[in-house]
Design a protein around this ligand. Sequence first.
Ligand SMILES: [Zn+2]
Length: 314
Amino acid sequence: MNFSPLQKPSKLLALEAITPRLSVGDPLYEKFEIQLKKETTGYYGEKSLDYYFKMVSDQAIRLSDLRLSHSSGYFQIDHLLLFKSFLLIVEVKTFHGNFTYDPQTRKLEKVLEHGGTRRYDCPVTQASIQKKHLQSKLQYWNAPPIPIHTLAVFAEPSATLTLMSPEQDFIYSQQILNRLPELQQFYKQDYYRMQDLKSLAFKLKEHAEKHHVNLVDQFGISRDRIRCGVWCTGCKIDMMNRSKRSWHCPSCGHQDSQAHRKALQEYKHIYGERITNKEAREFLRVESSEVVKRMLINSCKRKEGSYRHTVYYV
Ligand SMILES: [Zn+2]
């Protein structure tokens, strides 16, 4: 059971929307392009684990990208599998390169190409911190105690990990195929009935907070630096023009009457979910406020206010 399928994180969506709209000469262009690659790799690395988790889908409930509060901030769990006999925290890393790990000192180091090493945050330690936070959360809710196990996973296929001594819980993704059945064998006693486990999963999901990244505010990017327009939904290299109730691409000739929907979603990832008719006219590059009004009414979740003060929520 997958209670919260992995979705693209807000930061990735924002970078996907903004980066192609910045000019190549913009001071942030290169930085965003690098970040975009990194976030994309991370997302697909985490997504690649779907395949391995499917084998326990009838025995475990799965929650992905779970951001929960603790006494002084937030903790984030990449994947949480809830079995009746134990909970499993999976911390995913999508690093590139060759790494060594010493389980005694919990030191994770990248072996650099031109000699030397660089130290990285230890995912085993990160997972154990998440475990402590999750334990206190469950205690606070008076949830029945249940063992919590942690697993750190290297999901980038090209990366290598050399262990200085045996460590069963820092593994490559394909090793999940062996490690999961071992853990199920080890944790034999059931602490929860399935229906109670489901309630716990719902509660965790209910308390999970969405993390909204606003790069425009964070980096102080003015509106004139972000190109307006509706990307062609066919070739994705040119902006479309609106005429005769549809969008037309001057480069490839593609037509799409609903292309503004995707552009409005991009607007949301860049500026936030609130949009006025004037802002939409500028962003979509459509002059008629009547035409834009129809588009907003059909594509937005709700609106507030009336007449000139109407605000739509994408
Ligand atoms: Zn096109």
